[in-house]
Design a protein. Structure first.
Length: 460
C-alpha cells in the first residue's frame, strides 16, 4: 500500500519502460517495452531487478527478420506508439509488479496520480490514448505529461539549454527556454542504440564468416563459432560491455592506441573491456576499431560534418535547409536546432548542450560531441571554443559564447553523469515532487467534464 501523497512516474521509451515514485533518485524498475515479455515473470515471483537494462530479444522489426519475435509485439517503435492495446499490457505489468507495492483495491495506480514523459514531437493523439488508459483502466485520479527533453534538462539542474537525447530508437535535439521545449526548433532522427547494436551484430557475423578479421577474434574453444550465436540480445550485451566511441574527431594513431588515452586525457580506451565470454566459453575479443566503429559511423559519420558545413557555407541564411538528417551526424543536428532559435537565446543554448539518454552513455560520447561541435564551428569560420550567435536573417553577431557540453568531458558533473541514462525519468521525479505538479495535472473530474481536450490544455 502506497502513501496517499505518492505520485507514480512512468517513462516509456522504444526499448524499455522506467517506473517508480516521485521524489526518488532512480526508477524502481526498468523492463523491456514489449508485449509478452511479462509472461515470463510468473505470478508471485520477485521482480528481476530494481535497475536492469533489458537484454532480452525483444526488438521486433519487419525489416530485420533475424530479430527474435518470441516475446510478442513492440508497441513503441522509433518513439511512436503503434499499438496502445499492447502498451497497456506493458504498463499494467509495471504498475502491478514493478513498483514493489501491489495495488490495494483502488485500481492499478492504487489511487496515486501519474506523471508521464513524452518523446519529442510526439503525436497529440498519443497523449489522449495514454490519459484514457490511466484514467479509465488504471484508475489514476490525476495525470500530467512532460516532454522528455525539458525534464532531462531539469534533471541536470538547468532550465535553459539544448538537450541532445539519444535512446533506443530515436535521437532528438530539443532547445529549452525557462523549462519549456521550443517545438519549432526541435529536431529528431530515427537513430539510436538499437541501430548501434544492429551494426555491431553485422560486424560480428561477418567476422565469423571470414574466420576472424575486422578487429574481431575468437579464443578459447576449438569448434567454429556459429553466426546464429550473435542474436540481437547477445550482441546488446557485448555492446554494453565493450562498445565505445573515438573521443577525438580523428581516430588515434597506433602509438596513441597503445597508450590508450585521448588528447584530453579523459577517456582511456585501454581500460574499456575488450572481450566478452559467450555462454559456450568462447571469448570474443575486439580491438579498439571494432569497439568504436559501429557507434562512430552512425553518430558521427566521417563525411557528415564536412558535407553539412559545406552546405551551410554555400547557402544563404534564409535558404539554409534545416530538416534533420541522420547522415550528417549529431553535431549537425545540434547546430541546426540552435540555429532555428532566436539569436538572443543561442548564448544559453551553446553554453548548456546537455547529453541525455542511454545512447549517450557510451564511453567517449561527451568528449566526441564536444570535439565535433568545435570542429564544425571551426569549419564555419568560428573560433574553436566559442560560437558567435547570429540569426538566420543575417543580423550582426552577438558576443561570442563558450560551447559547453554537459557532462563536461574534463569535469563530469556529480550525479547527472551517472544518471543521464534515466535523465527524463529523474527530471519527471523531481518535477512531480514539486507543488507545481498539481497545476499541470489533469484530474479525472476534468477528464469526465471536458473530455480528451483537457490533457492538451495542461502539461509541462
Amino acid at each position: 500500500m502506497t502513501d496517499s501523497s505518492a505520485i507514480i512516474v512512468v517513462d516509456t521509451g522504444s526499448s524499455c519502460v522506467k517506473i517508480g515514485y516521485a521524489g526518488e533518485d532512480l526508477p524502481r524498475s526498468v523492463y523491456p517495452c514489449v508485449e509478452g515479455w511479462t509472461a515470463h515473470v510468473h505470478e508471485g515471483a520477485a521482480f528481476p531487478s530494481r535497475i536492469r537494462k533489458p537484454a532480452l530479444p525483444h526488438f521486433v522489426d519487419a525489416g530485420c527478420p533475424e530479430r527474435e519475435r518470441t516475446y510478442g509485439k513492440q508497441p513503441v517503435e522509433r518513439g511512436v506508439v503503434t499499438d496502445f492495446e499492447a502498451l497497456g499490457k506493458v504498463w499494467e505489468f509495471g504498475l502491478d509488479l514493478g513498483l514493489d507495492s501491489p495495488p490495494a483495491g483502488n485500481g492499478l495506480c492504487d489511487g496515486c496520480p501519474v506523471m508521464l514523459t513524452e518523446a519529442a514531437l510526439a503525436d497529440p493523439a498519443s497523449r489522449e490514448e495514454a490519459a484514457q488508459f490511466f484514467f479509465e483502466t488504471a484508475g489514476a485520479p490525476a495525470v500530467a505529461f512532460g516532454g522528455s527533453g525539458p525534464l532531462a534538462l531539469f534533471a541536470s539542474g538547468r532550465t535553459r539549454g539544448l538537450v541532445l537525447e539519444s535512446g533506443g530508437g530515436v535521437t532528438s535535439a530539443v532547445p529549452v527556454f525557462e523549462g519549456l521545449g521550443l517545438k519549432h526548433a526541435t529536431l529528431k532522427i530515427d537513430l539510436g542504440g538499437q541501430d548501434v547494436t544492429q551494426a555491431m551484430m553485422a560486424s560480428l557475423k561477418s567476422a565469423v564468416s571470414e574466420g576472424g578479421g575486422g578487429g574481431v577474434s575468437f579464443q578459447g574453444v576449438d569448434t567454429p563459432v556459429n553466426p546464429k550465436t550473435f542474436t540481437f540480445a547477445q550482441t546488446q550485451l557485448i555492446k554494453d560491455r565493450c562498445a565505445t566511441i573515438w573521443p577525438t574527431v580523428q581516430p588515434p594513431t597506433d602509438s596513441d592506441a597503445k597508450a590508450g588515452a585521448d588528447q584530453r586525457g579523459q577517456v582511456k580506451l585501454c581500460e574499456i573491456n575488450s572481450s566478452y565470454e559467450l555462454p559456450d566459453g568462447t571469448f570474443v575479443v575486439l580491438d579498439q576499431s571494432a569497439r568504436a566503429t559501429p557507434a562512430d559511423d552512425l553518430y558521427f559519420p566521417a563525411q557528415g560534418r564536412k558535407a553539412y558545413a559545406q552546405g551551410v557555407q554555400k547557402s544563404s541564411p534564409e535558404s539554409l535547409p534545416l530538416a534533420a538528417a541522420a547522415s550528417e551526424g549529431l553535431a549537425a543536428l545540434v547546430h541546426k536546432a540552435a540555429l532555428m532559435c532566436d539569436a538572443e537565446l543561442q548564448q544559453d543554448l551553446w553554453g548548456n548542450v546537455v547529453c541525455a539518454g542511454g545512447g549517450t552513455l557510451l564511453p567517449g560520447f561527451a568528449n566526441r560531441l564536444d570535439a565535433e561541435l568545435k570542429a564544425l564551428l571551426g569549419d564555419l569560420g568560428a573560433f574553436p571554443s566559442t560560437y558567435a550567435a547570429t540569426s538566420r536573417s543575417g543580423a550582426a553577431p552577438l558576443v561570442k559564447v563558450p560551447v559547453k557540453v554537459v557532462p563536461d568531458p574534463l569535469a563530469p558533473e556529480r550525479g547527472f553523469n551517472s544518471q543521464r541514462g534515466s535523465a527524463a525519468w529523474v527530471g519527471a521525479s523531481l518535477f512531480a515532487s514539486l507543488d507545481t505538479f498539481g497545476a499541470v495535472a489533469a484530474t479525472k473530474v476534468e477528464w469526465e467534464e471536458h473530455g480528451p481536450v483537457i490533457v492538451h490544455k495542461k502539461g509541462f
